[in-house]
Design a protein around this ligand. Sequence first.
Ligand code: ADP
Ligand code: MG
Length: 704
Amino acid sequence: MQDAGASIWNMPIAYIKGVGPQRAELLKKELQLFTGRDLMMHFPYRYYDRSEITPIAKLSPQQEYAQVKGRLLQFQLVESNRYSTASRLIAELEDETGFVQLVWFNGWQWVRKSLQPGKTYLAFGRLSFFNNIPQIVHPELHDSQTAPHAWPYEPVYPTTEKLKSRGLNSRAITRIMAAFWEKISDKDIPENLPEHILQRYQLMERAKAFRAIHFPNSLAEAEAARRRLKFEELFLSQLRIALLRHQHHEQSKGWKFEQVGALFHALYNKLPFALTEAQKRVIREIRRDMLTGHQMNRLLQGDVGSGKTIVALLSMLIAVDNGFQACLMAPTEILAQQHFRHIQELLDGLPVELALLTSSVKGATRRQILDGIAAGHIRLLIGTHALIEDVVQFARLGLAVIDEQHRFGVAQRAALWEKSDIPPHVLVMTATPIPRTLAMTVYGDLDVSVIDTLPPGRKKIITVHRTSDRRHQVMDFVKSQIRQGRQAYIVYPLIEESEKLDYENLMRGYEEVKAYFPEPEFRISMVHGQQSAEIRNTNMQRFVQGITHIMVATTVIEVGVHVPNASIMVIESAEKFGLSQLHQLRGRVGRGAHQSYCILLTAPEIGKEAMERIQVMTQTNNGFLIAEKDLALRGPGDIEGTRQSGIMEFKLADVVKDNDLLMKAREAAQQLLEQDPLLMQAEHSQLLSWLQKDNRKTHWSKIS
Ligand code: ADP
Ligand code: MG
């Protein structure tokens, strides 16, 4: 905020009129309100219409709250008896058109002492109907002679049970807010958007918007205020992203990989398949990035099975051909090993030294690998986050590839960034398709490549929904497939709240599966989160090698596992999984030449949303479509990877519901920067100084 109002905005909340030290403690703890600024940003989520007095005959059950005015009649105490559970005090309030009942379940003494039958009162409260008679329980009553209600639309603020029990209900917060706003003038809330944008998008001025969102004169005004403030959030975030990206492209230093050399060509020529057009396009994009002299910061999105690994490997070989090292970081040990073996096979016979480094590589082997990396003769390093530990010192790291990005925190990416003075190029790969709308918000500073086609010849995975009372038939089907030489996954949900329960579910499932599939004809592997990495790995390997027929697992197999012969995925309690998780799991099958199946088992009765998820799954195999649906069903807060990005912390805007506004904000930001890329024009000076002051969010984007 600018200087004029600085003291008000930074004022500790305890000094605000009506707060004081004790309430301040509560407000800090319960609502994270520390300063005047926090209070200003504590927005109401609805308003009570206090602007109108409804004639009693016009009250309708559709109305949640009502304000009426009338004469108070006699009190009547209704004692509890066998039929009615609670004693209550009732009075009638009468206007020319009818009467309402006012009801109190407690506080009678005070009510009787302070209210006078025969007088006219204004009553407000939640409306209900009992035997067709309108009732207001525990109404708010005002002497109708005194001034009308202070706020025509009374704001309703978020609060908590604890705050309410200490007298800090919405009304109390409203009083604090009102006192606070009396101290504030429009000067304290300077405009931060340029005039031409206000005009073009018909936005309310900032000072007016802040006042009106708290204390509107009409619901339309409240709505316009909200729209303006949402636009501001979205626009500033879009602008910040665009600026960072611009800066990054202009200013960052990066290695220049000028040659496409021997290793790249050697692998390219000996690939057992032709690259898809999408793969080729992405490789071209990456090559171009690595030639600019600026650091590459690219996100590679591709549905499960779209062939991201080969793209990564070819990119890594470009680094090696230019005298650099490259690393590939996977989220789990199993995946790191799988990548390692896959890459080892592909590179068989080529003169390039590669190594696998995970936390279970120990002792002399570990020492040797670390030495080899430091000396520079190990050119390709594959591993888990063990790669970013301090002891790993690359001689010359040119490219870092991060697979399944959402499992990595921002801090881990930052560590990677710091591994040399000129940072390595970074390629982040994800199989969790991010809807375009969200991608530009979350990853707006990254360049995005998409592999949007699957390699040819993939058969569509047949997905069906079955209720658990038909588990027998499902298992019979699995049996027939295994007898034809296939393998199957049977997956149980992971309910984060209770590891113990998960474990018990899984064990019960395992026993059941064993009963359906008796040894020695059938062999079963089981992996779950409570096993040591070694045991998990052994069990996994037995399945990969085809020694076992069935893999019983919790969602630890979710990402990246590649067993082409496995053609059946049975998901137990599928209603408990999120859409993107279901899609990831399904992606474990359909990797070989055989027709694959995904069977979603659910309880016979499931909720509406769960049913929608299941339907989406049975209708489409398209990851992007599923991601869009997922976003619509769950909202952005739950999409993996968005929470940690820090950019989604909008107070008002919702990138799903406010998508239209987001598009406008984005368009506005882009046009503004086209005209004035560095915000040097006078009419943008406010905006520039605003962005410079409010740059809390810049750190993350440097490191993605
Ligand atoms: P993901 O994108 O899920 O990481 P992978 O890179 O693991 O996918 O590739 C899945 C499988 O498809 C691998 O066995 C890989 O060798 C194969 N593959 C990749 N590209 C092609 C292609 N262009 N044609 C045929 N098979 C391919
Ligand atoms: Mg993969």
